[in-house]
Design a protein around this ligand. Structure first.
Ligand SMILES: Cc1cc2nc3c(=O)[nH]c(=O)nc-3n(C[C@H](O)[C@H](O)[C@H](O)COP(=O)(O)OP(=O)(O)OC[C@H]3O[C@@H](n4cnc5c(N)ncnc54)[C@H](O)[C@@H]3O)c2cc1C
Length: 645
């Protein structure tokens, strides 16, 4: 498949990877349908006291270890995590945070796993990257969800204790579009032979055991397709060809790994042939919470540094925090930290209590956390002025507190790219948001198709829309006293309820206007998703403030204030996004981009000298697209599978 991937094939691969069932209620799904089900996330489930005790104990140990044994400046300077630190993490059991006790892990809840990642990530981003690549996408999670009991008994104790794992999906020509995968798993006696080259595997330079995705060719007794394998890294034919270096996360051990006729026994295949992407995607439904957890940690840290610095630093006769421009930024940083934490806590408690389908909420948390986290750190740098741009080591050498703001920004940047870039997350979430519509009217939206299918679809659509559309006209958000039990937050919940219905109407207008071509309207879809994200965040902020009030009554008023502040800011963003849905420059921009790509404005590039030199952006030997062929993965459907590595 890899050498000639059409848009349709890419789309089919992605669609097949999608989890199509909705077994549990989903706040996110309902939100996009105009059904603001606050009751699905509020009141939040209480945490199990045993889990809290265990989690707090571990956090205390981790904190002590970080403060006493790990020097973040050393990691930054040497661009690696020292062996003694990795050994220390192993001793603490940090490699097995998510693995249940039954298999030798700590069995932390999602809430405490998040907190541990945030703690480690704030100390140095490379630590949380190591831990989360190892257990959110590495061997443990896919085996926990899809492995056989035998596989779990064999591998989970190892990865929980001291075997570092990695996840090998990406290739030079396979980023957001796994249908292009060139690595193969050829069936041989007793198993498969893996061949290919994998790019950017976090932990891949020091791993002991990895998950590899490779294409099994269709053949006798083999349904084929992208499949997942557990591969011991000391197998013959595995070689690490390069350790990659990045803008940030300087300490990660990220590899180019060659697989040269590597034998992997059949019992190491996870799930069935062809289920590789589905396994990866389902794993990420919850696994994706790790990344926003790290963003939450950074936003909380930015709040602390912003407060301390803006109080101490005096310019023009006042602490800078008293100058309006800086105060505005501080309010944004603090509110965002609260909103992000609320979103994460809501999704994570749902994950722990298994009371909701959180695939949309976790995806939103990833998208929103990485985007807002980036803005928060950018504002922190601005507040810190020249010191924001200076390295921690340089600050220290001059005798100042080594605040690693510039490093935090560099480390944070990748979060908008990996585990599903922002663009891909927009499409993935948009696909889930229109799922109900596709189920009832998909055959109508697609051009062509059988007449009888279209007639049946018209019947289904008529029945659904004649009931659904009228429901979008009125709702609780129009009742002046609704949500009054939430006090000052009530107006914002009324706004969010109305917003949810308006969002659903906008999706419907978009579908009727562009029909199947809606998937190419990525800017429009992106705004719809961003509106949904803000509305979810507002609801989460209200739910979380209430939880804090219950669990820590002395903080009730402060939590309400922060939630209200966050909702004020989010409401403004929602209003702007709604405005831009129908009043924008999308068409002009798209046309201009086409002209730019055609080279019409090449003269604009005169007068510079390009330090990148010459040579191919992607080596010819791995490049698979041929001129004149439409190779791009269409939006929506295809992009979903790109949200993996
Ligand atoms: C530090 C680091 C660590 C990583 N760790 C791992 C790992 O452990 N395991 C692993 O397998 N991979 C890993 N990756 C790979 C990572 O997941 C990919 O970089 C990511 O999936 C994006 O792929 P790409 O870089 O090839 O970008 P491309 O897919 O080439 O995308 C380029 C740009 O085009 C946009 N784009 C692509 N397709 C579409 C579309 N259909 N519609 C709209 N926009 C689109 C993207 O959003 C992006 O802006 C890592 C990467 C880095 C840099």
């Amino acid at each position: 498949m890899s050498s000639n991937v059409s848009e349709r094939q890419a789309r089919e691969v992605a669609e097949a990877a999608r989890e199509s069932e909705w077994g549990l209620p989903s706040f996110g799904k309902e939100l996009f349908l105009g059904n603001f089900r606050l009751d699905l996330i509020h009141p939040q489930p209480s945490s199990d006291p045993g889990a809290v005790q265990k989690g707090e104990r571990f956090l205390a140990q981790l904190r002590e270890f970080l403060e006493s044994d790990v020097d973040p400046l050393e990691i930054e300077r040497d661009a690696r995590i020292p062996d003694r630190v990795i050994e220390g993490l192993k001793r603490l059991g940090a490699l097995g945070m998510k693995v249940s006790e039954e298999y030798g892990g700590l069995g932390l809840s999602q809430v405490y796993y998040n907190r541990a990642l945030a703690l480690a990530g704030v100390w140095h981003g490379s630590l949380s990257a190591l831990l989360s690549a190892h257990q959110s996408i590495g061997v443990a999670e896919p085996l926990r969800l899809f492995g056989t009991e035998e596989q779990r008994r064999k591998w989970l104790p190892l990865v929980a204790r001291d075997h570092i794992s990695a996840f090998l999906l990406t290739e030079s020509d396979v980023g957001s579009d796994p249908a292009r995968m060139a690595s193969t798993a050829t069936p041989v006696q007793g198993g498969y032979e893996l061949t290919g080259q994998k790019l950017w595997a976090t932990n891949g330079a020091i791993a002991d055991v990895v998950v590899v995705m490779a294409q099994v060719p269709k053949g006798d007794g083999h349904r084929g397709g992208i499949s997942a394998f557990v591969l011991p890294y000391d197998s013959d034919g595995v070689s690490v060809e390069h350790r990659n270096q990045f803008m940030g996360l300087r300490g990660i051990e990220n590899s180019v790994t060659r697989l040269d006729h590597v034998f992997v026994p059949e019992e190491n295949r996870i799930g069935r042939e062809g289920e590789g992407l589905k396994i990866a995607l389902t794993t990420l439904n919850t696994g994706r919470l790790a990344l926003p957890a790290i963003c939450v940690g950074m936003a909380k840290w930015a709040t602390k540094v912003g407060r301390e610095w803006s109080t101490e630093r005096v310019q023009w006769g006042r602490p800078i925090g008293k100058h309006d421009a800086v105060a505005q930024k501080l309010a944004f940083i603090g509110a965002s930290a609260f909103g992000l934490e609320a979103m994460l806590d809501v999704a994570s408690r749902l994950a722990d209590s298994k009371s909701g389908d959180i695939r949309i909420e976790a995806a939103i948390a990833k998208l929103y956390g990485s985007e807002m986290g980036w803005k928060v750190l950018d504002e922190l740098i601005q507040i810190r002025g020249g010191r924001g741009y200076e390295t921690a080591a340089s600050l220290k050498a001059r005798g100042e507190k080594p605040v690693p703001a510039e490093q935090a920004l560099r480390d944070m940047r990748i979060n908008r790219i990996f585990e599903g870039s922002t663009e891909i997350m927009h499409l993935l979430i948009a696909r889930e948001a229109v799922d109900q519509h596709l189920q009832v009217a998909g055959d109508l939206l697609e051009p062509g198709g059988e007449v009888k299918d279209r007639i049946a679809a018209a019947g289904r659509a008529g029945a659904f829309y004649s009931k659904w559309l009228p429901q979008l006209a009125v709702g609780k958000g129009q009742l002046p006293r609704s949500y009054d039990e939430l006090g000052a937050l009530a107006p914002y919940m009324r706004f969010a309820e109305r917003g949810s219905r308006r969002l659903a109407r906008s999706i419907f207008y978009g579908m009727t206007r562009w029909q199947a071509k809606l998937e190419y309207r990525q800017a429009f879809l992106g705004r719809l998703v961003d509106i949904g994200a803000e509305l979810f965040a507002m609801a989460a902020a209200a739910a979380y403030a209430d939880t804090i009030g219950r669990e820590q009554p002395e903080r009730r008023a402060e939590a309400q204030e922060l939630a209200e502040l966050f909702c004020r800011q989010a409401k403004r963003r929602v209003e702007a996004l709604f405005g831009e849905l129908w009043d924008n420059e999308d068409d002009a921009n798209r046309a201009a981009a086409a002209r730019l790509l055609d080279g019409r404005y090449r003269w604009l590039e005169d007068g510079i000298v390009d330090p990148s030199g010459t040579g191919p952006m992607i080596p010819d030997e791995v490049k698979q697209s041929a001129a004149g062929e439409v190779k791009e993965s269409a939006a929506g459907e295809a992009a979903r599978a790109g949200a993996l590595g």
